[in-house]
Design a protein around this ligand. Structure first.
Ligand SMILES: O=P(O)(O)OC[C@H]1O[C@H](OP(=O)(O)OP(=O)(O)O)[C@H](O)[C@@H]1O
Ligand SMILES: Nc1nc2[nH]cnc2c(=O)[nH]1
Length: 301
């Protein structure tokens, strides 16, 4: 079987071994730290590797079908430096990444014809968030931060990120206290950004004054939402603001990097799942997937 590899630097989650002991992460796994290190001993235990969360290519036989090998793989970026001046691209997914065949994973049956592929499996999302939690915990100087979750798309990312930050804190001598607040922004209709960017609910963020703030957003695409939000947040004079984006799209007009902690850099494709929607559908899908033409037609407004 043909195996490809994930780079150590970008794929490396919290491992109880030295970097010199391994040359790559072949299969990221989930459950990760949250599930495996719970308990009073604080000791990390490893669960069996599960191929469904893998970062690989090859032929897999299942139900007498041989699935087409993936032609490419997650390609990793340079090592992330905790340096604001460097652009952190996260795990870079190449333009020709075909995703995983739907038959390799489980997902709600009613979406069968509505998604093209499993673009980023849930387990890989979780493993990457675990790593982001560590960057954030090590990076913030304050021991307390205000987490501003951008709804609706960011709710799952925020919940999982904060959970990982808490678990890390309980298992180390660096506990980053998190207070979570929410803001709801809406601008998309179908798969298009519109000129109408609405703050739904209260826009008063005066609780951010003087605080270290982490904005948690599921996706930065055109960057319009994030630019507008950063401008709005700055008016409340926080001490500092950083942005965690699970996905950042590679779009040509994005001149500046708005995101300090990037999960994955992805091509310009409309993705759904893990709380990302298409007209409110697909938020219940746990993987990140590419919507199919049929799906777009079916749920179009
Ligand atoms: O970078 P941009 O092109 O501005 O796009 C990013 C925004 O688009 C989505 O929000 P949406 O307006 O769909 O609202 P939702 O989060 O409630 O789904 C997403 O959750 C981001 O907030
Ligand atoms: N669901 C979803 N929402 C978005 N908002 C901006 N880009 C996207 C995208 O690719 N998917």
């Amino acid at each position: 079987m043909l195996m490809s590899r994930c780079s150590r630097q970008a794929c490396l989650a919290s491992l109880p071994i030295s970097l010199n002991d391994i040359s790559m992460i072949l299969l990221p796994m989930w459950p990760g730290l949250v599930r495996t290190s719970l308990g009073n001993s604080g000791k990390q235990r490893f669960s069996p590797l599960r191929p469904t969360n893998s970062c690989w290519k090859g032929n897999i036989k299942s139900d007498d079908k041989t699935f087409t090998p993936a032609t490419t793989d997650f390609t990793m970026s340079l090592p992330l430096q905790m340096d604001d001046t460097k652009v952190k691209r996260g795990i870079v997914i190449k333009d020709d990444w075909p995703g995983y065949n739907l038959d390799l994973f489980t997902y709600p049956e009613h979406y069968h014809e509505d998604i093209e592929n499993i673009y980023i499996p849930h387990g890989v999302i979780m493993d990457r968030i675990e790593r982001l939690a560590r960057y954030i915990t090590e990076d913030f100087e304050d021991s307390k931060i205000m987490v501003l979750c951008v709804l609706k798309g960011g709710y799952k990312f925020c919940a999982d990120l904060v959970e990982f930050i808490k678990v890390l804190g309980r298992n180390s001598n660096r506990y980053l206290e998190t207070r979570v607040e929410f803001i709801r922004l809406k601008s998309y209709l179908n798969d298009q950004s519109t000129e109408d960017l609405h703050i739904i609910g209260s826009s008063d963020l005066s609780f951010l004054r003087g605080k270290s703030v982490l904005i948690v957003e599921a996706i930065v695409d055109t960057g319009k939402t994030m630019k507008a939000l950063l401008k709005h947040v700055e008016t409340f004079e926080p001490k500092m603001v950083k942005v965690a984006g699970l996905l950042v799209k590679r779009v040509s007009n994005m001149a500046e990097s708005l995101t300090n902690y990037v999960g994955f850099e992805i091509p310009n494709q409309f993705v759904v799942g893990y709380a990302l929607d298409y007209n409110e559908y697909f938020r219940d899908l746990n993987h990140i997937c590419v919507i199919s033409k049929k799906g777009k037609m079916k749920y179009k407004i």
